[in-house]
Write a new protein. Structure first.
Length: 319
């Protein structure tokens, strides 16, 4: 495989980066880096780390870093995952409230630590931070319970003071969304599987309407809805498909059970990612009252499940 770290790649301009991802020769990983500058989203870091964790160090090659911002990659512990020495000397500073370096989560203990670490990164009052903590916990727990990845989830996050934004990346190399959803539903392709995964009340563990009491398939829907409210980017990539929530136009806010009704772009012709990648931007400037938002989310979830049940029972029954 080949992957190039460009001078700048964020969720808004992620397409060219993904188009350039070469999945041929999956037993090797060759990484090239922009010579002048490196400014990348934590989602990209998590992807590279997830790919490298599967490989022997002898199968990984990384171009010598010359960019002035190379210290960022060292600080985020990318080279620990690449199993190589960067030769870059940095002064360690307290990371709390600033960033979470690349972290492997394989069990509930490491998940609990990650959620504790992400709290100061949010720079929010407890009543506002708690819903995001809960949603992030559910997203990573979903990887642990359903991705069947022996390496768990690779996560990283960065707080940007100037824009007052938290950016988060989660990647795994498990079975992917299509195979997970296909256990109980029958999506025709990767893009349809992503659509189902983002739909509240749909879960890969059961075809029962609304899922189960423990898993209503709403974790992704919740985080996508927060991005809708705050007019942020949100990306999910699995198999050959990607769904990207775009920034909202106008002031009117509407939450849709069907993710294709939100302002978005979608692709179904990307290099195949064996697993799932999620990228999240969370603007903290004009955070809505999250208790009100969660109430709205719960209402939308209940309505979506009720409508889907109604539609299901209207179908003709043949004996």
């Amino acid at each position: 495989m080949k992957i190039h770290i460009p001078n700048s790649v964020w969720l808004g301009n992620i397409d060219p980066f993904l188009d350039g991802f070469d999945v041929r020769n999956p037993n090797t990983l060759n990484i090239t880096v922009n010579k002048k500058w490196v400014s990348i989203h934590p989602m990209v870091l998590s992807m590279i780390a997830a790919l490298s964790i599967n490989m022997d160090s002898s199968k990984i090659e990384c171009e010598k870093l010359e960019a002035k911002s190379k210290h960022y990659l060292e600080r985020m512990r990318l080279f620990d995952f690449l199993k190589m020495k960067s030769g870059i000397k940095i002064t360690e500073h307290e990371s709390s409230g600033r960033f979470i370096p690349l972290t492997q989560i394989k069990n509930s203990a490491t998940l609990t630590k990650f959620i504790a670490d992400i709290t100061p990164l949010l720079h929010l009052e407890p009543k506002h931070a708690e819903p995001i903590r809960y949603i992030m916990s559910e997203l990573v727990r979903n990887v642990l319970e359903h991705s069947m990845s022996k390496h768990g989830a690779i996560v990283s996050a960065q707080y940007y003071k100037k824009s007052n934004t938290v950016r988060i990346g989660i990647a795994d190399t498990g079975i992917g969304i299509w195979q997970s959803i296909n256990q109980s539903h029958n999506p025709k392709n990767d893009l349809e599987a992503i659509r189902l995964a983002l739909t509240p009340g749909i879960t890969g563990t059961t075809n029962k309407e609304g899922g189960t009491d423990r898993n209503a398939g709403a974790g992704l829907f919740f985080i996508k809805s927060i991005a809708v409210v705050n007019s942020d980017f949100f990306v999910i990539y699995s198999g050959k498909a990607m769904y990207k929530l775009l920034k909202r136009k106008g002031t009117r806010i509407g939450l849709h059970a069907d993710p294709f009704k939100d302002r978005h772009s979608k692709r179904d012709n990307l290099p195949c990612w064996n697993g799932t990648v999620v990228g999240i931007d969370l603007s903290l400037n004009s955070t809505q009252e999250f208790s009100l938002l969660l109430k709205l989310l719960n209402q939308t979830l209940s309505e979506a499940i009720r409508e889907r049940k109604k539609s299901h029972y209207k179908k003709p029954q043949f004996i």
